[in-house]
Design a protein around this ligand. Structure first.
Ligand code: ATP
Ligand code: MG
Ligand code: MG
Ligand code: MG
Length: 437
């Protein structure tokens, strides 16, 4: 992408109404534009990151055996009357009436809708296990939307739903998602800790929240330091195998959100392992058995011919919240420092003297070589001052920068900068291109 032809409305001023650094940086880098309380337009740079996250989430869901669908944002109230949640959900649900006076709603979550899809097609245990997921906008009329996309009213969620014949099978499905989540967050450049959590309005008995630690997090959390240093299971994990050992490896250590916190158990840890911190909830998984299948009559025939309500779980990831969450975890005084996997572009090319024949030619060569190699590059071909270009490139935080100017070209070199370490190196262009791959 050539910056002169792009839409990157960067601003110098830190917006006064943004309380936390990720929100400030998202506004300054022109990633999003607020259109109403908790409602945002995703501008080109922000949209690229959102799509990168969606793709990583998709790959890891697929790897774990989940199947992608797309359910609508608008739902019929009648389905929610079947489960009993239409009244119970309260003011967070945006209720809508259509021209025929039918009660509708903008989905805050999809347990009812997916259960309806399931019961329409699946009648036998032989079609199980099944896990259906989608990535779709949700609406929750949050009482205090804040921190930008971290607590929006309209927000993007990945939600998956598992269906099994028995509670034991459902536990396997839960474990698969548990491991897939650890791999997903690790690919996003985050350390997310699974913590015992309250099930809230979704209901059920078994539940973990996936939390990243950040001073600006809205939840108080408590965990054993061991969990922060434990690597994810890894993408070569065999998802068809029994994963209970992988899960127990982590759940044996203390980790709980405030609602589930047991001070005595926490105090029993050696002092240097006690982590008491703030955290951001980036994912949440639930096993809730037949809470929806029973009232909604989602039944399957078991091997003995009996019809039984299907065992279910649901699994959410805050895809749009993660954009802010990643910035909270990955920034410095000069701006964002994107982890490789989610960066909107992999390389930024800075032309120090646009209009100079040699500089233009070398930049053009670099840009085309990267495009050809399938590497996303943002080429700053504008006529702005060099200082402004450096600051802007640092602010938007691409992993690599290639700086091309007349002085270096005279000596046959360009400068390569690693945004994270700040390390700079002068290299011939070909070597610079090899370095940033
Ligand atoms: P919170 O405690 O932050 O209100 P929740 O527990 O109500 O979240 P869940 O019902 O567990 O949310 O939804 C699954 C995921 O969706 C959450 O883990 C979170 O990452 C994301 N999410 C929930 N509410 C919002 C929101 N208002 N804006 C952005 N993401 C959200
Ligand atoms: Mg909530
Ligand atoms: Mg919560
Ligand atoms: Mg939750």
């Amino acid at each position: 992408m050539r910056l002169s032809k792009y839409f990157l409305p960067v601003s110098k001023e830190a917006p006064s109404d943004a309380a936390i650094v990720s929100h400030q940086l998202m506004l300054r880098t022109g990633m999003v534009r607020q259109n109403g309380a908790g409602i945002y337009t995703w501008l080109p740079l922000g949209l690229r990151v959102l799509k990168k996250i969606e793709q990583i989430v998709r790959e890891e869901m697929n790897r774990a055996g989940a199947v992608e669908i797309l359910m609508p944002t608008l739902q019929q109230a009648d389905l929610w009357r079947e489960s009993g949640r239409y009244e119970a959900y309260g003011k967070e649900m945006l209720r809508i009436t259509d021209r025929h006076d039918r009660d509708m709603l903008f989905g805050p979550t999809n347990e009812e809708l997916v259960t309806d899809v399931f019961r329409s097609y699946v009648k036998s245990y032989k079609q199980l296990p099944l896990n259906l997921y989608h990535q779709q906008w949700k609406f929750r009329d949050e009482i205090r939307p804040r921190f930008g996309v971290m607590r929006g009213r309209e927000f993007m969620m990945k939600d998956a739903y598992s269906f099994d014949l028995t509670a034991e099978d459902a536990r396997h499905s839960y474990n698969r998602m548990f491991c897939a989540y650890l791999n997903t967050f690790s690919r996003l450049g985050l350390t997310a800790v699974p913590m015992r959590a309250d099930t809230g309005p979704i209901g059920g008995e078994l539940s973990h929240e996936f939390i990243i630690l950040a001073d600006t997090g809205e939840s108080a959390v408590f965990c054993d330091k061991t969990l922060l240093d434990m690597p994810a299971p890894g993408i070569d994990l065999d998802f068809s195998a029994d994963l209970s050992a992988e899960v127990e490896k982590r759940t044996q250590y203390y980790a709980a959100t405030e609602e589930m916190h047991d001070e005595a158990a926490f105090e029993a840890l050696p002092e240097d392992r006690r982590v008491s911190a703030r955290g951001i909830e980036v994912g949440h998984i639930f096993y809730f058995g037949t809470k929806y299948s029973e009232p909604m009559n989602a039944v399957v025939q078991g091997p003995d011919g009996q019809m039984v309500p299907v065992e279910m779980g649901s699994y959410g990831i805050g895809v749009s919240r993660l954009v802010g969450g990643i910035i909270e975890a990955c920034h410095d005084e000069n701006g964002i420092v994107w982890p490789d996997g989610v960066a909107p572009f992999h390389v930024g090319i800075i032309n120090m003297r646009a209009g100079d024949e040699e500089c233009d030619a070398a930049c053009e060569q670099a840009y085309q070589a990267l495009e050809l190699a399938g590497i996303d590059a943002l080429y700053d071909d504008t006529e702005d001052r060099a200082g402004g270009k450096f600051a802007r490139m640092d602010l938007i935080g691409l992993p690599w920068q290639i700086v091309i100017g007349p002085r270096g070209l005279k000596n046959g070199v360009v400068e390569v900068k690693n945004r994270k370490t700040g390390e700079k190196e002068e290299l011939p262009l070909a070597d610079a291109l090899a370095k940033v791959r």
